[in-house]
Design a protein around this ligand. Sequence first.
Ligand code: COA
Length: 331
Amino acid sequence: MPAATITAVATYLPDQVVSNTDLQRTLDTTDAWITSRTGIRERRRGAPGETTSTMGAHAVSRLLEKRGLAPADVDAIIVATITPDMVFPATACLIQDQVGLSNAWGFDLSAACSGFLYALTTGAQMISSGAHNRVVVVGADLMSAIIDQDDRTTAVLFGDGAGAILLEPADPGYGVIGFQHRVDGSGREDLYMRAGGSLRPASAETVAAGEHYLRQNGRAVFKFAVRRMAECVELVVQQHGYTPADLAMIIPHQANQRILDAATERLGIAPDRMASVLDRYGNTTDATLPLALADVLERGALHRGDLIVFVAVGAGLTSGALLMRWGSGNR
Ligand SMILES: CC(C)(COP(=O)(O)OP(=O)(O)OC[C@H]1O[C@@H](n2cnc3c(N)ncnc32)[C@H](O)[C@@H]1OP(=O)(O)O)[C@@H](O)C(=O)NCCC(=O)NCCS
């Protein structure tokens, strides 16, 4: 069976740019603190009426245009998100309808900041099983919908955005080589949104308590992220007989530049091999991997045949890495 590979990448970002200086006006924070502690300088915020599905649909439309495909050519769509338009139906259904993917089935995947990575792995299995030829994977989050804009410990970190990739069968020697994923639910309270589910259905009381907002134990998540990010990369490369030095590029989840710098140091790789768009977009949760990948491609920093790793950590706690040989073989 063929391996799956990424044959197109597209992104969508809302127009409104929120700089650290903008946040300084309403929060007890400073540009200097945010830049030095996170590496983030600005992030995007969706306009009124903009949702996770509308952002995702823009990204998918651009993706099909780039690859010269019609909406009817797509077999399946997987949407990684923690900010679905509604609890149900799935945002995949909403994007399917907006773009007119008339022959596709699809579903949402919830794994927080590891969601896009898990969806990439899942979509790749659908290709390599022979079941499908074209699977669209979307990572989209309107984080401003679940962030308490008065909480300086989270409001400075997150942004809105979307990205999409197309998975197709690769020629021999290209595409996905393997993956290493783990979940550890014992860390479920390090990063979570308490209300709005079956445990604490939304009510006037939950809203008054701010339980419809994301909350986190920043230090615990930070430590987990630094350790797991390096560990996941090492595990997946070792499993296939490589070392981190063989990697042309690591496309990591974008949470904090200090996490990326620490992982870079632990892996002993050159800093320019750790992709980062944190300064421009902050943490867009499920959109970080396609946004970082698109940036690397735009800069011409990725070439056919390059060995790369996608790596992510997130709420759950979830984590993992995926190794691939970039390109499809014929392009
Ligand atoms: C949230 C995070 C940036 C905080 O950075 P930190 O260096 O760990 O900072 P601390 O939490 O130790 O806080 C240090 C101080 O800065 C303060 N602080 C927190 N946010 C601040 C802000 N935006 N502006 C100014 N001060 C801030 C804290 O209140 C604390 O003050 P105190 O010492 O008086 O209590 C960092 O822990 C982090 O990035 N964690 C991972 C979060 C993450 O990635 N989540 C998503 C995972 S996918």
